[in-house]
Write a protein of this length. Structure first.
Length: 758
């Protein structure tokens, strides 16, 4: 017998996330990525400047994760940066010293030492005589500038040295070369000046540039914290402990345990006003739960026994006992945090182009700076003037803003979207969504409620005499239409007595339900039936009295249930999948901004067109199986359309994956499968969130373009001005520092965005 050989399975990729300290510009990002990708065990590496993190993907299987991490950390350190752990829950409290942020102390000291140097220059702009009067002796200027240059500015030299060792370049290299040239020129002029001659020194340029760059980096760090506010807010939602109820075997009293010790199936108690420690199902109690931070739903939701609840949400007015269904990293809150963090870690396509530019930007600037020096010397300018202009070129060209332009906007965009119940799986989905010109809705569960409901009722006799029979027929029936009838009965204010002498209901599979009842002892048994039109026709029950109603309901696309007593129909029920309240307004909003809206459904053509007409959709594809939906999406793409597909179930997964942007509505109807296939997940099954997700994409891309324009424009305009001698190093340093802050501030303005009102 021939031996069957099995092919070895490909190992699953290992993803490692690490913090990277010391990065300052787009060139740093490219350098770390290049160093990581050179390693044989690394299949991909993405570095994010705004979050100061690296995501490394490796297919290695023989090494342990710990060994891989050690090798990756060494690679990062050899590249000149510091590997750090990623802090999952960052404390908002700032370490202070005499009321001052400790991280600001080096910057403050640099500013204090540089101030006496800059004051004479500023005064000289008003009055040259006053400027000369305030000018410090050369030795004093040297004493103030040197600690700034080589003490507080040592970080620039360290990073620049690592860059040179790696045959690379970065922002620190520009700052180090520029300020060192200014300091060295000033020292040379001071030491070689003739006796009695007061040399014009440039210590203030070097010291102030370093102080301003440090100030810019500090302000940048502060604004970076605001961009990660969404993740920190989510991380603080989950309480550290839970109240575990006794199980009758091991415990006889309520005990507090860490949430990491909870098991699926444990029963926990949540008091009024407390946050839920884990996902679960209510087994005792009734309360309202504020789910706004997780789903974006602004109003508390009433919860009762049997309802699902989400860890991290806030319990309202009463205690609840909950059976745990998911804990720790498998909880919905943990998945939300992971999705938001992943979206902020993945590099957007536009950022890859920026990184390619940054890789050659710094070397080009070095060439321009050298050309500036040689050019001024060739014109006969003094050495000091040529050096000062070269320093200005080096300082003005630092690509800090360029490296922050895209990730800062992406971080704020994904964060503010998460607050509104829109989870963006990756930056690619966020960037691509703004190009969408066609939105395709699956019908059931997206535009509709996804469950049948009583849409119309027609009584041929007094309803108060009929309601007891309806209750008897459908009270225990597991059919979905029976549940719709029970819900309809519960919503009515009328009370009625039970059906007298009724026997148990008998199900007729695929047809309906029968109940026999004897209203009085001396009266014959009455047969009550409730079921389909086809069943009634097969029983030869006369339907002539309701033909007109049936014809109208067929036009409305209703499924019909009939209630018959003996041989006569006494009531008709029209069932349908009710539209969501915001479905029509969402479609209208999409069409107002010029998007084509399409509906796909497994229903027959007539029913699908009726439902589409109610929400204002003109293009409909009916009788669609899962593969049909995917094929239709691909056909639209081949026609040149950028397609967003909106679905909520297992049958929507192929179309969600095939579309340019898959938008999944989180629902009880297998929503987790749809979420895995989609790039964007809506935590509320609200069609208006589809509009909102496309809006936040457009707003985020707009901010990216604004940031990139100003970052490029700043360098394109600043470098020639500096080379021509119109900018001194101090002004260039201030402008360079503020450019990064302006990019971050512009990105933070996305926090003002609000989703459309219903």
């Amino acid at each position: 017998m021939e031996e069957t050989k099995t092919m070895p399975s490909k190992p699953s990729p290992i993803v490692i996330d690490l913090g990277v300290g010391g990065m300052t510009c787009a060139s740093c990002v490219g350098r770390v990525e290049k160093a990581l990708k050179k390693q044989s065990f690394v299949s991909d590496a993405v570095v994010n400047l705004a979050t100061e993190t690296a995501r490394i993907t490796t297919d290695a299987s023989s090494e342990s994760v710990e060994e891989l991490e050690r090798q990756i950390k060494r690679t990062i350190r050899d590249a000149g940066y510091e590997p750090q752990p990623i802090i999952q829950a960052e404390d908002d409290q700032t370490a202070l010293w005499l009321g001052i942020d400790r991280r600001f102390l080096p910057t403050l000291l640099a500013l204090l030492l540089a101030t006496p140097l800059i004051v004479p220059m500023v005064a000289g702009l008003i009055s040259p005589q006053r400027g000369m009067a305030l000018m410090l002796p050369a030795a004093w200027q040297f004493a103030l500038a040197t600690p700034v240059q080589f003490g507080l500015g040592w970080t620039f030299y360290k990073s620049a040295w690592h860059a040179l060792r790696a045959r690379s370049s970065n922002m620190e290299l520009l700052v180090a070369i520029g300020t060192t040239a200014g300091w060295a020129l000033s020292t040379w002029l001071w030491l070689t000046a003739a006796d009695g001659v007061v040399a014009h020194l440039y210590y203030e340029g070097s010291a102030v540039v370093i102080a301003l760059v440090l100030l810019g980096k500090y302000l940048e760090t502060r604004t970076k914290r605001e961009t990660t506010q969404a993740i920190r807010a989510l991380q603080t939602l989950q309480p550290p402990v839970a109240r575990l109820l006794p199980d009758g075997i091991k415990r006889d009293e309520i005990t507090e345990v860490a949430i990491g010790e909870l098991f699926v199936g444990d029963i926990i108690r949540v008091l009024a006003g407390e946050r839920l420690p884990a996902d679960g199902e209510i087994v005792s109690g009734q309360s309202s739960v504020d789910e706004s931070m997780v789903t974006g739903e602004p109003l508390p939701i009433a919860k009762k026994i049997g309802d699902r609840v989400v860890g991290g949400t806030l319990n309202g007015e009463a205690s609840l006992d909950i059976r745990v269904s998911a804990t720790d990293t498998k909880s919905l809150l943990a998945q939300i945090i992971s999705m938001v963090a992943d979206a902020q870690a993945v590099k957007a396509p536009v950022q890859r182009h920026v990184d390619q530019v940054a890789a050659v930007f710094v070397p080009v600037v070095m060439v321009i700076a050298l050309a500036t020096l040689l050019g001024w010397l060739a014109t006969g300018a003094p050495v000091e003037e040529a050096v000062v202009n070269m320093v200005a070129v080096l300082v003005i060209a630092c690509p800090c803003a360029l490296g922050l332009a895209t990730p800062a906007a992406m971080m704020v965009g994904t964060g503010v979207a998460a607050k509104q119940g829109i989870l963006i799986k990756d930056a690619i989905a966020l960037e691509v969504a703004h190009r969408v010109d066609t939105v395709v809705f699956d019908k059931t569960g997206t535009l509709t409620q996804g469950v049948p409901a009583v849409q119309a009722v027609h009584f041929l006799e007094d309803e108060i005499t009929i309601l007891p029979a309806i209750a008897a027929l459908q009270g225990e029936n597991p059919h979905p239409l029976a549940a719709a009838v029970r819900s309809w009965l519960a919503d009515r204010d009328q009370s009625f007595a039970p059906l007298p002498a009724a026997q148990g209901a008998t199900n007729q599979p695929g047809q309906g339900v029968v109940v026999l009842a004897r209203p009085e002892a001396d009266k014959p048994v009455v047969t009550w039936r409730m079921g389909s039109e086809a069943w009634m026709q097969s029983l030869k029950i006369d339907l002539s009295a309701c033909e007109e109603t049936l014809a109208a309901w067929r036009l409305d696309g209703y499924s019909v249930g009939m209630l018959a007593r003996d041989e006569s129909v006494v009531a008709l029920f029209g069932f349908g999948d009710a539209l969501k309240e915001t479905a029509a307004s969402a479609v209208s909003a999409l069409r107002r901004v010029g998007l084509d809206v399409v509906m796909m459904s497994g229903d027959n053509v007539a029913a699908a067109e009726i439902m589409a007409g109610r929400v204002g959709i003109e293009k409909v594809f009916a009788k669609c199986l899962p593969k049909d939906k995917s094929d239709r999406v691909q056909a639209l793409q081949q026609q040149g359309h950028a397609v967003a597909f909106v679905g909520d179930g297992i049958n929507d997964a192929p179309a969600l994956s095939a579309s340019d942007v898959g938008i999944a509505m989180n629902s009880a109807r297998h929503g987790d499968v749809a979420m895995n296939a989609a790039g964007i997940t809506l935590m509320r099954a609200d069609p208006l969130l589809v509009v909102a997700s496309l809006q936040i994409s457009r707003e985020t891309v707009k901010k990216i373009r604004q940031n990139l324009f100003w970052a490029f424009a700043y360098n394109v305009a600043g470098i020639p001005l500096a080379a021509l001698g119109f900018l001194n190093p101090v002004v260039a340093g201030a402008a360079m520092a503020m450019s990064s802050v302006s990019v971050m501030t512009n990105a933070l303005m996305l926090n003002r965005w609000k989703p459309p009102a219903p």
